[in-house]
Design a protein around this ligand. Structure first.
Ligand code: HEC
Length: 216
């Protein structure tokens, strides 16, 4: 577990990368204690304890809906047809989950297929720290981070933010691996000419869910 403060182009953000798989993990109790003084020192606001659970539930909701859409498309038309479904559905599903919840829920990665998923400065830092933790042997499925964003942009105000790492499963390598079927690779390039999201090995860090809500 690392607690760090990073200087960024738009102020100082504090965040914490932690493992939170086990319900009984002592980290669950230690983490808020570490985070709270940092967040308070910077912003005077601490997100409610429920936020982490809510954010995690939203990542599961988005993940489950994307998985259903992907599996249905793969079964009905194979991976090439699934590219078109992903292209047309992935952003819509994320927007739906965001609208229904009133929070912002999306996916991002250091190397993206869709440029709309490009990480912002904070997301990039968290993804880099996830990659470091993964390289040191931490189970990717347990990596999360959270912060109170000190950005005040116009009337929008500050956000509480959360990220959860996404590991690369075996099935994901069909479209994100290093040995992609040539016809499929062509279909990917046609829909995503700027694709960077290939070459991922099973078990490696693919990206992350990113969730935020406006602080009142
Ligand atoms: C049928 C091909 C296909 C498979 C299989 C697939 N993906 Fe993707 N993936 C895509 C496409 C297409 C996009 C771009 C979606 C969009 O437009 O937002 C994408 C985007 C993503 C993104 C968002 C970041 C980015 O690169 O734009 C993540 C994260 C991701 N996929 C993870 C996974 C994981 C994890 C799996 C396995 C469980 C998986 N994908 C399986 C085609 C696929």
């Amino acid at each position: 577990m690392h607690a760090r403060v990073y200087p960024t182009g738009y102020g100082t953000l504090s965040f914490l990368v932690k493992r939170d798989r086990s319900v009984f993990s002592p980290l669950k109790f230690v983490a808020p204690l570490l985070l709270a003084p940092l967040a308070m020192a910077e912003t005077g606001t601490v997100a409610a304890a429920d936020d982490t659970a809510r954010a995690n539930a939203l990542t599961q909701q988005l993940g489950a809906r994307l998985k259903t859409a992907l599996e249905t498309a793969m079964q009905q038309g194979g991976p090439i047809a699934a590219i078109t479904v992903c292209r047309d559905q992935a952003q819509v599903i994320a927007a739906d989950v965001s609208r229904d919840s009133g929070w912002t829920v999306r996916r991002t990665a250091l190397r993206v297929r869709n440029p709309a998923n490009t990480p912002d400065a904070w997301e990039r830092q968290v993804l880099a720290s996830f990659a470091t933790a993964a390289a040191q042997g931490t189970d990717i499925g347990t990596l999360t981070a959270q912060a109170t964003d000190s950005v005040t942009s116009g009337s929008e105000g500050r956000r509480w933010r959360y990220m959860k790492a996404i590991p690369t499963g075996q099935v994901c390598t069909v479209c994100h691996g290093s040995n992609i079927d040539p016809a499929l690779a062509t279909a990917i390039k046609t829909s995503y000419p700027e694709d960077q999201a290939t070459g991922f090995a099973p078990g490696s860090l693919r990206g992350a869910f990113s969730v935020s809500r406006l602080l009142q």
